[in-house]
Each structure stands twice: as structure tokens, then as C-alpha cells.
Design a protein around this ligand. Structure first.
Ligand code: GLN
Length: 300
């Protein structure tokens, strides 16, 4: 396994040159485009690493999976009254369909609108509880927010603000849209490493086993929802192509991370900041294709 990881890393290193580090959140533009790391955490506890696995970066959209987990634990499948479970051909930060008369909720919890509508349904200190759950699952109590990225996104996130206020106007969002946004920006700014992502993936791959309580949902229903929604929407508008090419429930973030869960086998965490036009790590996508082929990971 160690040898395969090293080879796959080198085979895909050049791909990063085809991408661009996110700059629409100004603080993200400082990322080093040459960083590249892969970590695999098998569910029986073995861990394999290659490259820059201890470099911290912001979790960004990968936090949407943890937010959905908490919203489901707090409310059960009632969550889906305010956010759908369907795929979409639109990019992650789209908002125009939210104003169409026949649309009553965002397509799924993986796009920004759906994620804001999901986080809004978490009880209490939403972002604080997301951070706590990430610390518990990874066993890494040193994980924290990047205040710099949080403030950078809060200052510049006009499109997310438009999405939240439009959803309030349409009755999708209950409560204060600014409060939901603040928690959403905070959850996106949580700093992790590729190995933290691999551990999150391993938890999902192991049927979410190990939490003291699952609240208003049973563990299997929780696990099935998370993996299914990652499959149909984790890679946004290219989730279908990704399902055919990789075939592993995954979630990407504009910080350059990809988290993947191979049921019954392993979690995968990848970090490489340059992104493609859809907001996915270019080298990360390539590495997932290589790993899927070499380790026979596709569920299809
Ligand atoms: N914080 C980012 C945003 O809302 C998350 C997007 C992403 O990672 N795709 O724009």
C-alpha cells in the first residue's frame, strides 16, 4: 500500500499545474500550490501516508458532510423538508434556481445553498458543535478554526449572503440568515490535514460506528443518507462523471481537500490546492481515479 501511495502521488503531481488556487476567498490565495499529500486510514486502524500529510488547510465544503450529520442527528430525516437529496447540473455556489416559483428547496446539502439550509437546522452553537464532532471523530483535539479564513470569507462572501437572504425570503430558511451564514463561514474555516480527512472518511466507511448517541436518527439511516448524498452531490455538477470514473462517495473543498469513504475498507484524505473549473483539486481528482483503478475501489 505504501508503495502504491508513493507512485500514485508522483504520477499525479504534474496535474496540479493545470489548476488554480482559489482566490475568491482572499485568504485562500496564499496557499502553496506545490503542497501534495495523501493519507489512507483503513477501518481496522492502519494508516498510510505520502507527501504533505501534516500541512493544515481549511476544510471548506467538506464540512457540509459533518453539518448534515449533525442536522440529521438533531432532526431526523425532517431535514429534507428544507433541502433535497437530488443531483444538480449547477455549480456549487449557484442561486438562480432558488427564485423559480416551482422550486421550494435547494437541490442537496452539498451545494452552498443546501449547506446553509442544513447548518441552519443544527441546534445550539452550530459551528461549535461541528468543530467538536470533527475533533471527536478524528481523535484530534487540536483542530480549530482559522480566524483569518473565517474573517476573509465573512467579508467577501456576497454570493453566499445573497443565497441565505433569498432563502429567507422564500421561506426555506427559518431564523436569522446572518446567523446561519456566520456559522457556515466558521465551519468552512476549520483547519485539518489530509490525515484528519482520511479519519473522517474511515468513520463514514465504517457505517458511522462509535458515537455515544445518534439523536433522532438510527446509525444505519444516517450512514446511508451521508454516503448516498456524497455520491449524488459531493462533487457537485460532475458527480455523475466522478461516479463513473472513481465510484467512491467523496466530498471536495475549495481549500484543496478531498475526503472519500470506501465502505467497509478505508477513508482517504487528499490535499492539493490548485483547483479545476468546478472547484475540485485537480491532482486530488486524478489521485482518486488512480487509487480507484489500482485498489479496485469503485462501488459500481
Ligand atoms: N466556503 C466556501 C464557499 O462557501 C466553500 C465552497 C467549497 O468548498 N466548494 O464558497
Amino acid at each position: 500500500m505504501q508503495k502504491i501511495l508513493g507512485e500514485v502521488l508522483e504520477e499525479n503531481r504534474e496535474l496540479a499545474k493545470k489548476g488554480r488556487v482559489a482566490s475568491y476567498i482572499p485568504a485562500l490565495a496564499k496557499a502553496n500550490p506545490d503542497h501534495l499529500g495523501i493519507c489512507i486510514a483503513e477501518i481496522d486502524g492502519n494508516t498510510y501516508k505520502a507527501g504533505d500529510c501534516d500541512v493544515k488547510f481549511t476544510i471548506q465544503s467538506i464540512s457540509k458532510v459533518i453539518a448534515l450529520m449533525l442536522a440529521l442527528m438533531d432532526n431526523g430525516e425532517k431535514v429534507f423538508e428544507k433541502v433535497g437529496r437530488e443531483g444538480t447540473e449547477d455549480p456549487f455556489n449557484t442561486l438562480y434556481k432558488l427564485d423559480l416559483p416551482y422550486i421550494d428547496k435547494p437541490a442537496n446539502p452539498m451545494i452552498n445553498a443546501g449547506a446553509i439550509a442544513t447548518t441552519a437546522q443544527i441546534k445550539g452553537d452550530k459551528a461549535g458543535r461541528i468543530l467538536e464532532l470533527i475533533r471527536n471523530i478524528t481523535g484530534n483535539s487540536s483542530i480549530d478554526y482559522s480566524r483569518e479564513v473565517y474573517l476573509s470569507e465573512k467579508e467577501t462572501g456576497e454570493k453566499n449572503k445573497a443565497i441565505a437572504h433569498l432563502m429567507k425570503a422564500r421561506g426555506i430558511l427559518e431564523g436569522d440568515p446572518e446567523e446561519a451564514l456566520d456559522h457556515y463561514f466558521k465551519q468552512c474555516s476549520i483547519e485539518v490535514t489530509a490525515c484528519d480527512l482520511a479519519k473522517l472518511g474511515a468513520f463514514l466507511a465504517n457505517g458511522c460506528k462509535g458515537l455515544p448517541s445518534y439523536g433522532k436518527i438510527d446509525r444505519k439511516t444516517l450512514s446511508r443518507n451521508l454516503l448516498a448524498i456524497m455520491t449524488i452531490g459531493g462533487m457537485y455538477n460532475v458527480s455523475g462523471a466522478y461516479a463513473a470514473e472513481v465510484g467512491v462517495p467523496s466530498k471536495s473543498g475549495v481549500g484543496g481537500g478531498i475526503m472519500a469513504a470506501v465502505s467497509g475498507r478505508m477513508g482517504i484524505g487528499i490535499f492539493s490546492p490548485p483547483l479545476d473549473e468546478n472547484g475540485h483539486s485537480v491532482a486530488g481528482y486524478g489521485i482518486m481515479k488512480s487509487l480507484s483503478y489500482r485498489l479496485d475501489l469503485s462501488i459500481f
